[in-house]
Write a protein that binds this ligand. Structure first.
Ligand code: GLC
Length: 585
């Protein structure tokens, strides 16, 4: 140990790994789950939008990568106002993506390759083009059809003031007024997201029954589970009281205030006692719904999984979604948004393991998805960058150094994949893809951009079709070069074929990490903290592997051991800055 790296203050000293006596053997406890965003993965028709046959054709590449399961963002019938999260028929495939037969073929191919398949269920809201909503509009006020959604009278003598002051996650009011058949203004309906996404009324038994049928439709076809969209919404506080969120809390998914990078998180931001849940998130009544869904999945053979997208905090609250009779996994957004600081990383890992193990569930880990700035960019944003949820575009301040972002992303991934539990990987991160921060305004599609009148760029920058082959049209995304979001001109080095077989490439780093993770049983292991590396280092052992991640500015002397994996080249027995290494213990 050199003088510079001598241990200073280590907050979590030699914490024993949590016990595993409540743990079962279901596949999802340790799985690495790869998120496919269908419209940007592989396009078999040349339309510029990816599709299910395209996905099927690339499944061998994913099996080769070493993941265990795929999660498909929505491919159901939809007017695509929110990229498929506005569903007009839950039991059919949108023609944009193919047919039910294409889905069956995808599922069969995935299973033959040993990959599980998770669909994305969107129960909080439908599209305004769903038959249920059309029927609700056509039916009189107070009718059973209207009761399936959240219709309310407006305030004021003419009912022309919104029923309350709630603001949509995408910007603007959460209410839209409808026009009666005779042309006069009628009631208002609630939409947490876009006005094309009316919220369902989950107090209504008929709505609950419909979703039992929808779940069985896909389970009968053979899906291995569901990622559940907005699993913290659905039940609203009785009386729909006015609520004003703390400034800028309408980030993606809504709940936590996610501060700009570099902000020192204070307890005031994360302490739920100081910041009560909004009346539309995390209401106690949602848990009864998940118990019902749990029971439907339990009717089926095999270990089917429910994964909650629940933007609540702290982690002990998130863990309520994965109690033994509810869902199985919940995305760990606290981990996703943890700053690149060892102290914070140690804290969130400890808290995550404690919270989830406390209810017998695996912790999950995630760094990127289709709603957030890609971690190869996010981890190097400077202090003046906009907060999460605003997106990053041509005029944004705080853009990162690309090489630094990639270096940190690789180190962060090597840390994440060494942790016990289940990890989520978002398509393209295995290529080291950065956020596309230069998308022209004219190309933007995210409703956030339109509803905030361009004040927030939104999420398009992480949704650009991914590059497969450096020298093909659209980098191999299709054969025509069409792309629903334009791809940057400088993505050839990120293409899969530019990296395959190249030692040190990001693709090979992921492939090696996934192979070693499996070989050493890291997903099923436990964290034993190691001390003595200094305050800027995260160090632990898991399954006979020593994991050391240096977030600091000074190289750290490595202990004796064979290097199994390293996110950067290591010379001379020292772990460089922004690097993670796995060693034999
Ligand atoms: C979830 C999805 C997001 C979508 C929203 C509304 O947060 O991840 O993409 O816009 O729900 O369905």
């Amino acid at each position: 140990m050199t003088a510079e790296t001598a241990p200073e203050f280590v907050e979590l000293t030699a914490l024993d790994g949590p016990t595993r006596d409540t743990v079962g053997s279901e596949w999802w406890r340790t799985a690495v789950i790869y998120q496919i965003y269908p419209r940007s993965f592989q396009d078999s028709t040349g339309s510029g939008v990816g599709d299910l046959p395209g996905i099927t054709s690339r499944l061998p590449a994913l099996a080769d990568l070493g993941i265990d399961a795929i999660w498909l963002s929505p491919f159901f019938r939809s007017p695509q106002k929110d990229a498929g999260y506005d569903v007009s028929d839950y039991c059919n495939v949108d023609p944009l993506f193919g047919t039910l037969a294409d889905f069956d073929a995808l599922l069969a191919t995935a299973h033959s390759l040993g990959l599980k398949v998770i669909a994305d269920m969107v129960p909080n809201h439908t599209s305004d083009q769903h038959e249920w909503f059309k029927a609700a509009l056509a039916a009189p006020e107070g009718s059973p059809e209207r009761d399936r959604y959240m219709f309310r009278d407006g305030k004021g003598p003419n009912g022309d003031i919104e029923p309350n002051n709630w603001e949509s996650v995408f910007g603007g009011s959460m209410w839209k007024r409808v026009t009666r058949a005779d042309g006069t203004p009628g009631q208002w309906f609630l939409h947490i997201f876009d006005e094309s996404q009316p919220d369902l009324n989950w107090e209504n038994e008929w709505v609950r029954d419909q979703f039992f049928g929808i779940l069985r439709f896909w389970l009968d076809r053979g899906v291995d589970g569901f990622r559940v969209d907005v699993a913290h919404g659905m039940i609203k506080e009785a009386g729909l009281p006015d609520y004003t969120p703390p400034s800028d809390s309408a980030s993606m998914g809504g709940a936590p205030v996610v501060p700009a990078p570099g902000t020192d998180l204070t307890p005031a931001i994360i302490d739920p006692n100081l910041e009560p849940d909004p009346p539309y998130w995390g209401q106690p009544g949602v848990h009864e719904i998940w118990r019902g869904w749990h029971d439907v999945l339990a009717e089926y053979a095999g270990d089917r999984v429910l994964c909650a997208e629940a933007w609540v905090n702290p982690l002990t609250k998130t863990a309520l979604w994965v109690r033994p009779d509810e869902m199985n996994q919940a995305f760990n957004f606290d981990y996703m948004f943890t700053q690149w600081k060892a102290k914070r990383l140690r804290r969130v890992i400890k808290d995550s393991l404690a919270a989830f193990m406390g209810v017998g569930a695996p912790s999950t880990w995630v760094l990127s998805n289709h709603d957030v700035v890609r971690h190869a960019t996010r981890l190097a944003l400077t202090k003046d960058a906009p907060p999460q949820g605003a997106g990053i575009g041509p005029n944004s301040p705080g853009k990162p150094d690309r090489a630094l972002g990639l270096r940190r992303a690789r180190a962060a991934t090597a840390l994440m994949l060494a942790l016990p539990g289940s990890s989520y990987v978002y398509q393209g991160e295995e290529l080291g893809l950065p956020e596309d921060m230069e998308l022209p305004d004219s190309a933007r599609q995210d409703p956030t951009w339109f509803r905030t009148h361009g004040e927030k760029y939104g999420r398009d920058g992480c949704r650009v079709p991914i590059p497969w082959e450096a020298n093909k049209p659209a980098y191999g995304f299709n054969s025509t070069g069409a792309s629903w979001l334009p791809q940057p001109d400088d993505w050839a080095p990120y293409a899969r074929d530019s990296q395959a077989g190249i030692p040190g490439s990001t693709l090979e780093l992921y492939r090696s990490a996934l192979k070693l993770r499996r070989a050493h049983g890291l997903g099923l292991g436990a964290v034993t903290w190691l001390t003595g590396y200094g305050k800027d280092v995260v160090a632990f052992s898991n399954g006979g592997v020593t994991v050391i991640c240096n977030t600091g500015k000074i190289a750290v002397e490595l202990p004796v051991g064979d290097i199994l994996l390293s996110s950067e080249a290591i010379t001379g027995g020292a772990l460089p800055t922004d690097t993670t290494v796995w060693l034999t213990s």
